[in-house]
Structures are given as structure tokens and as C-alpha cells.
Design a protein around this ligand. Sequence first.
Ligand SMILES: NC(=O)c1ccc[n+]([C@@H]2O[C@H](COP(=O)([O-])OP(=O)(O)OC[C@H]3O[C@@H](n4cnc5c(N)ncnc54)[C@H](O)[C@@H]3O)[C@@H](O)[C@H]2O)c1
Ligand SMILES: [Zn+2]
Ligand SMILES: [Zn+2]
Length: 368
Amino acid sequence: MKIRAAVLEEFGKPLAVQEVDLAEPRAGEVLVRLHACGVCHTDLYTASGADPSGYAPAVLGHEGAGVVESVGPDVTSLSPGDHVVTLFSPQCGECVHCVDPRTNLCMAIRAEQNLGHLPDGSTRLSRGDEEIRHFMGCSTFAEYTVMPEIALAKINPKAPFEHACLFACGLSTGLGAAINTAAVTPGSTCVVFGAGMVGLGAVAGCRLQGAERIICVDLSAERLELARGQGATDLMIGGEGTVENVLEMTAGYGADYTFEATGSVKVMRQAVEAARMAWGLCTVAGVAGKGETLDVVPRFLITGRRVAGSSFGGVKGRDQVPVLVERYLEGEIDVEPFLSHRISLDEVNRGFELMEAQDGIRSVIEFA
Ligand SMILES: NC(=O)c1ccc[n+]([C@@H]2O[C@H](COP(=O)([O-])OP(=O)(O)OC[C@H]3O[C@@H](n4cnc5c(N)ncnc54)[C@H](O)[C@@H]3O)[C@@H](O)[C@H]2O)c1
Ligand SMILES: [Zn+2]
Ligand SMILES: [Zn+2]
């Protein structure tokens, strides 16, 4: 079929919205009609050429929500009409990691996904004789996409698509970092560095876990106000003295849990040092630049601080994204403040500009 999609033709150039071909879903694959898709830093990172593993031409986008249009052979868990959220982090349910409760890092299709292929090693996207690659296994800057069944979470159809799509990436990452990776305990003190989509999700996750004190640190006073709306009890403008400020607010000890959601290795170090001696746990969710390293004085570890990393918040997507969406529908998570701009597919490059200007938390593409 012919679809309209935003194609990365050349690194550092605007995406080109155009008509491309999308083939029928094969075994284990599903055709999804997109209704909404968030514009994320990872899309921009790849489009800019900064990501050394990037490839072109490719259809970008990975924060999609939509409706199953049709299914290929052997698809058993989804049917036409189901509402779904796309998962760049799939859940096959069978691999060595999927059967273990300690991780969400499914191994089933990793290698082919990283190459821009669907699991059988080919693409469904093309343009004449030229193959166009899939991005993060999703390619949701498009009216339709074909994705593996194991990379789609079936959600409650009551959830509006423009809110549901935010659970495809940053929001679930932040929520999951607090709920799964750190498993914040009631009554604890938490510090969240960064008040973007991921950090704000972490603030909400800490609140849902019953944290007593949630300190949010950012450079933007405007973003810190959004953190207050998600449950932050204390707001702090970040910078050189942040660790000292946190120690001062915690009787010199530091926080039970710290979260890093900026992608800066300097802030990661602050997050380690702001964690409490004896049992403080620092969870790193930000993605650092290629080749950057985290500098930690070992004494911080010997005296009981721990460091954990969190990919997609440790969320096992097919099982847990629907649960998070349910909690949102029950009023436990306030998603509307994250949706800053509604744009059309043709305006996707404007979505990048708004992100670079830090204008709002998320621009969401709505499909007619
Ligand atoms: N682990 C994962 O699976 C996963 C998923 C999505 C995004 N990410 C990563 O998480 C990070 C955050 O993503 P986002 O969408 O929320 O980004 P964002 O750019 O919207 O938010 C980052 C925030 O950090 C703040 N910040 C920058 N320097 C700071 C400092 N010195 N002190 C305090 N705050 C500072 C900025 O003001 C901004 O509000 C990125 O690195 C992104 O790549 C990781
Ligand atoms: Zn994303
Ligand atoms: Zn798996």
C-alpha cells in the first residue's frame, strides 16, 4: 500500500514527508494505523547524524499509538480493531531475559532491529526498488506501520491516543525507573535530576510509590513547576552546588533514591554523590554521548551507595505498559501537562525545532 511517511534521507537535513510503499505484514507481524506519535530526542539524535549507529534512508518515529488494521499469519494475541502502543523494547516472553523478572531487555529481535530490519531480516518499507529501513523497530512517523506482534502492547481503548503514545518511551521510562528499577519504598526521600519527559515520569513514579519527599532539580524554573504538578515537594535549580544543597536538605546524609534523567555525565556524578551513604541507590536513565564516561570516586560505593541503569524503566512492555495506561485512566497519572504541541505529520521538522528550543515537554503528531 501507499502511505505518507517522514523519511530521513540525509543526516543533518530536515525529514522529507513523502509517499512510500508499505508491504503486507508477514508471519508474526501486524499492520497498525497510527493515530498519534510523540517526537523524541532519539529521533532528532539519529536525524542529526550524531548517533554513529544511525542509517538512512529510514522512516523515523518510535512513540506511536494506533489501531491494528490487519495481522499476518501466526499472530495470536492481536486482532483488527485492538488499540496498541508501539514498543521499541519488545517482549517476546520466551527469551532468557523475558522469563527472568529482573530485566526487560528482550533478546529476540535485537540484532535485526539495530540494523533497521524486521525480525526476518528484510524491510516492509520501500520506494521503487530501494529499500527503506525501519527505525527502532517502529517507524511511526507514518500513517501506517508494520511491526512485530511482540513489539505491540494492547491497551484499553478508552485511552486517548495522544496521551497513550507518551507511554511508548519517556513517560514509561521515568515511571518504571522509580517503580521497577529503584522500587522506591514508602516514606523515602528521592531526588530527580532533570524535569523533561523522563524526569517528570520519575517524579510521578516516586509519588506513586509513596515517597515522602521528592526533590526535583532542573535548570528551568518553568519545567520545575511541571514537576510540582507531578508530586515534587521541593524544587531546585541545578548547577555546581547541587550535591551540597541536597546534603543540607537531608541532615547531611543524601537521598534514599536519586534519578538521573538529563543525559549529562556530570549530572550522573552528582546523582551518585547525592545518594545516601549506606543504602542510597542512584538510577541512571539518561543516555550519555558516545564515548563519555561516568566518573565515580570508589569511596562512594564502598560506603554503601549503589548505581543502577534503567532502559525503558525496566518495563516489560506488553505486560506493563497496559497497566500503566490503566493507572493513568484511573486518574493516578496526569498526562495532559506533557502534551505541549499538537502537530501534523507534515510539521514533523517543527516538532524537532520546538524540542531544540525546549518549548514544551512533548510535541505529538496527530494523524487525520
Ligand atoms: N533509558 C531509556 O530507556 C531512555 C528513554 C528515553 C529517553 N532517555 C534519555 O533520558 C534523558 C532525558 O530525556 P528527556 O526526554 O526527559 O529529555 P529533556 O531534554 O526533555 O530533559 C532533560 C532535562 O534535563 C535538564 N538539565 C540539563 N542539565 C541539567 C543540570 N545540569 N542539572 C539539572 N537538570 C539539567 C534540562 O533542563 C531538561 O529539562 C535523555 O538523555 C534521553 O536520551 C532514556
Ligand atoms: Zn523516545
Ligand atoms: Zn524476549
